[in-house]
Ligand binder design. Structure first.
Ligand SMILES: Nc1nc2c(ncn2[C@@H]2O[C@H](COP(=O)(O)OP(=O)(O)OP(=O)(O)O)[C@@H](O)[C@H]2O)c(=O)[nH]1
Length: 349
């Protein structure tokens, strides 16, 4: 199956929520019309054509057929715009982003009769425009080891994401070391070991409850000694005590900077898409705790809250390096704004 096909299949809950919402908005005040065959409405270049009403022409009636199936269209007015805004907000796009997106869609199109597919096209174009600047793969630097600090709340998918990243870098011929920095949770360390085994990557651990910074230092020493390309450091995600967590992360950074003043080269924040708008406050919190350089959004499969990624891009402009679309090792994909926009809106490829 193509990449787009897979993404679309995974994002069905988000896209069907938007699709169903659009169907009912257009159905509500719309009319079935038969489009003339030559007509097409391109997202960027809307035409001013008025589709014919849903009556077969004389010839059509004589031969008992119409040339095209009727399409429901609704004239864009204030009420419809408000409904669109509400739909986008309910799809977790956030109020500000939803208002901006609908305003852009409305510009120059007031009174125009639009079909669901056309609105999807316009929506997808707007979403892709917002997402384009943030779609950037994890930058790879010539300096080795490249140190990647991975932060995020417990359960966001940090461990799984580290496993997937390690596996992809291994497959690309890079040597990788993982440091299991959440030393207070034995289960998290064990899980990371399992992922390390799957990815064929060594996982450095420390006794339960020991200082994560000292583990990070040891991992840095090993990575340098072995000439590893990448060092992925897992961290704790206890937000209950922010001061402690902040101190813990700051200490890890201080310690690895003794070895390399330019480290960490990336601080990745892993976010769980199923938390919806909560992801926005997590970004705000973690930006205060650490120097977040980019995002990975997990669990986009099977959630109706995929729209939160648009809100995140619009609000923070942080690079989105990858998206998690499943629990398997290869379910981490590069973020492609156009394909994401099409999959989110349910637009056919
Ligand atoms: N469907 C789906 N599940 C995911 C994805 N990423 C992670 N998960 C699941 O989410 C759950 C939590 O993932 P972990 O990787 O353990 O999360 P964590 O942030 O390390 O959490 P702790 O181990 O509690 O610190 C696991 O059951 C994963 O299989 C994803 O992209 N899609």
């Amino acid at each position: 199956m193509s990449f787009f096909g897979k993404l679309k299949q995974r994002l069905t809950k988000s896209s069907s929520k938007l699709g169903e919402g659009l169907d009912s908005i257009v159905d509500e005040g719309g009319q079935a019309v038969v489009d003339a065959p030559a007509e097409s409405v391109v997202a960027d270049e809307p035409t001013q054509t008025e589709p014919a009403q849903a009556k077969p022409g004389i010839l059509g009636r004589l031969v008992g057929r119409t040339d095209a199936a009727p399409v429901v269209r609704r004239a864009l007015d204030d009420e419809m715009l408000e409904q669109l805004e509400e739909l986008l907000i309910s799809a977790d796009m956030g109020v500000d982003t939803a208002l901006r997106v609908t305003a852009n869609i409305a510009e120059g199109r007031f009174g125009r009769k639009l079909s669901v597919e056309e609105i999807k096209g316009l929506l997808a174009a707007e979403i892709a425009r917002i997402m384009e600047p943030v779609a950037r793969p994890l930058p790879i630097y010539p300096k080795v080891p490249q140190v990647v600090l991975v932060v995020g709340v417990n359960g966001s998918g940090k461990t799984t994401t580290i496993g997937k990243l390690a596996s992809q870098f291994r497959a690309a011929g890079k040597s990788v070391i993982i440091a299991a920095g959440d030393t207070f949770r034995a289960a998290a360390v064990e899980q990371l070991q399992v992922w390390g085994e799957r990815a064929g990557v060594p996982v450095l651990t420390a006794p339960e409850g020991s200082d994560p910074a000292s583990l990070a230092f040891d991992a840095m020493t090993k990575a340098e000694a072995e000439g590893a390309d990448l060092l992925l450091i897992d961290t704790a995600g206890r937000l209950q005590n922010r001061a402690d967590l902040m101190e813990e992360l700051a200490k890890i950074v201080r310690v690895i900077r003794k070895k390399d003043p330019s480290a960490p080269h990336n601080t990745l924040l892993v976010l769980d898409a199923t938390t919806g708008q909560n992801a926005l406050s997590q970004v705000e919190t973690f930006r205060k705790l650490a120097d977040v350089s980019g995002l990975i959004m997990t669990k986009l499969d099977g959630t109706a809250k995929g729209g939160v990624l648009v809100a995140l891009a619009d609000k923070f402009g942080l690079p989105i390096h990858a998206i998690g679309v499943g629990e398997q090792i290869d379910d981490l994909q590069a973020f492609d704004p156009e394909e994401f926009a099409k999959a989110l809106t349910g637009l056919d490829a």
